[in-house]
Design a protein around this ligand. Sequence first.
Ligand SMILES: Nc1nc2c(ncn2[C@@H]2O[C@H](COP(=O)(O)OP(=O)(O)OP(=O)(O)O)[C@@H](O)[C@H]2O)c(=O)[nH]1
Length: 533
Amino acid sequence: MKHFFRSLAHRFLIGLAGLLLLAISALFLIERLVVMPVLLEEENRRAAQELARIGQALEHNRSSLLAQVRDWAHWDDTYEFVQGRHDTYASANFSREMFEDMNYQVMVFYTAEKDLYWVAGIDPATGKYTVCSRATNDCLWTRSLLEVLRPLLADTAQSGFAVNVSRPWPAMAAVAPILRTDRSGAAAGWLVKVRLIDSRVTSLLEEQTGLPVAINARKSMASSPEHTVVIRDSGQLEVSRRLAAQTTDPALELTTRMPRERFQTAARLFRFALAWTAALLLLVMLMVLSLLLLLVIRPLGQFTRFTRSQHGINSLLGTDSGGTVPPSLLKRRDEFGTLAHHFQSLLDQQHAQGRMLLKLSQHDSLTGLANRRLFDASLEQALMAPGEPAVSVMMIDIDHFKLYNDHYGHPAGDECLVRVAEAMQATMGQQGLLVARTGGEEFNILLPGTPLEVAMEHAETLRQSIEDLGLEHTSSPVLNVVTVSVGVASTRGISKRSGTRLMSNADQALYQAKDSGRNRVTGYAQESALSAQ
Ligand SMILES: Nc1nc2c(ncn2[C@@H]2O[C@H](COP(=O)(O)OP(=O)(O)OP(=O)(O)O)[C@@H](O)[C@H]2O)c(=O)[nH]1
């Protein structure tokens, strides 16, 4: 798990996933806290408007009832009738058909003193039509209605008015003063018409508004008449409001139902947009991640893998194939390309320095020949060669070099060493043999795959070539030129192929060469030294 979080790609993935989650949560909260409340408020506003429309249709119905009351009340016949001077008025004007056609439930006539004069109507409970002078037994069913109507007369304006009543049934009542047709003189009484708010009225309202309408008497309603109560289910909205009425106990409640299509469509649309936004966000984030992988993480990984592989002496010297930055990185034109080029030039410098260090560590600074370290390593390598071929070595020492130094000085001694080294390199090095300066005036030559006899021939050639240099050495007891003594040894005849043993044998042979007069080649032999010259 720890490793998982170390990866840049994984960290980015987690970061982007977090951002995506945050964005989706924000969208969800915006839907819940901003969009939905606005949509619900809009739905409530529309519901209140529709209820108001039904209310207006109801009011229109009441107004038409009031107009009809006025028609009757401002008429000489009614004027005469309410004063007891029109005997045929009742029989001529009141009939069950008239009540049914005009959708009247009850008509009440009052005298100028506001006493009940005449009442006629259809009992909603029994459907019985009755016409009564005063409140006779036949019209007892109107008693509770008359109680409700009486207070209306108290504040009756001259022109009349219409109201809703809830008792004894939901109804509307219109009141107008009884006047002459030309409206002259004082009111002779009051006429009240009552229309039941029943299915006939609600059907009419439904026709006018196009909405389902129910008007019912409710025991009690906590809300004020303006307050709209909204009950929602998934598909429909039930909206109700208290109606202003003369009688408020029980209260009249106007209810309608509305489809929630607009709300649902808007909510659906918003959720659709939300889902698309979330999907787009996801897509964008995936694209960002892919770009990141492609442009940053992958080259970075390539770089990391390459730098990880740069270990060991070979990468220090640039001798293995991995010493070059991958071409795909070098080809890039972006920051990674620049970095790759800088890295490559640093690497090249490091390789050059590495090679120089290696050369310094394996070569002699004065003569440029291989040093003892390189000679020993090469000797070990030659001894381990498959098939165990014969390996010979020469050990060379300049004769009486101390006397040379003493006579010509140390710098001249150095110059002499360089000349001798050059001669060795020219004679032996040209043949691919390793010539090494292994001590002050001591040199070794490695002859892999060479038997002792051949090696001795080479040694003799070498010795002669140095003598032929003719480097003046007047203080030498051997010759008046610089000479060398050479000890040669071979692996043939020794029980163990050991470098130390071989060099020790060569040293013994050299000792013998020196001992027997110098400027000669001596091969190491078990019993006795072989000499040349
Ligand atoms: N100029 C110079 N002299 C060196 C260098 N290294 C060693 N020598 C000298 O080489 C001499 C070696 O002397 P010895 O070991 O006595 O041997 P030799 O005088 O050659 O006598 P034999 O080997 O017995 O013939 C010493 O005088 C060292 O100072 C060097 O790098 N430059």
